[in-house]
Design a protein around this ligand. Sequence first.
Ligand code: GTB
Length: 215
Amino acid sequence: MPPILTAFRQSPDRGRGLARDMQVRWALEEVGQPYDTRLVTFDEMKAPAHLALHPFGQIPTYEDAGLALFESGAIVLRIAESHAGLLPTDPDARSRAITWMFAAQATLQPPIVELEMASLVERDAPWFEARQPMLEQRVRDRLGQLSARLGEAEWLDGDFSAGDLMMATVLRRPGSARLLDAYPNLAAYIARAEARPAFQRAFADQRAVFEAAAK
Ligand code: GTB
């Protein structure tokens, strides 16, 4: 039986590939692992059957044989560890690639999400305008540091890895995407990642879900 991934039945991102099933789809495509998708509504995500898989009632979840996982980073790591193609075989290089996965989620993503959330939920708050420069500067600081490290390299550490997959995923978020003009090497890095055939297939598959729901 192929692994089963859960995704939104009607994604609020309107098919832009921003929900976190996208990185799992992309990883599965990179390693050539077929999978099935179980689409869930918001109500189904909060019902006992889904909560047994995901304690926080979210997507994505991933079921493979007897194993059930949640957290997109952990799922991508599992896929990368159990298939060739997303992690180097050399142990030190492998640890460095995994470090970039953590850096994407633990260091880059928080300020980017905070900036996005402020625009979504605090726009009418009296402090909204005053906080924006500080929130934007936090994102710029991280983008500048990442840009300096990447330099003119194609990927973060040698060949494309799960670290690049997770980093490009975070950089595609609207909170960073609109600040990327100042970092042409990061914009080119994302474009290279998005041009990968595996990304294109994953994007088309999640887009098809949105289009089917919109009919
Ligand atoms: N840390 C977890 C992981 O990486 O797997 C976070 C999972 C998560 O945030 N899941 C979201 C979810 O299930 C969907 S991806 N939310 C429903 C809920 O909590 O009730 C986050 C997301 C949602 C919407 C957009 N969008 O509209 O653009 C983008 C990203």
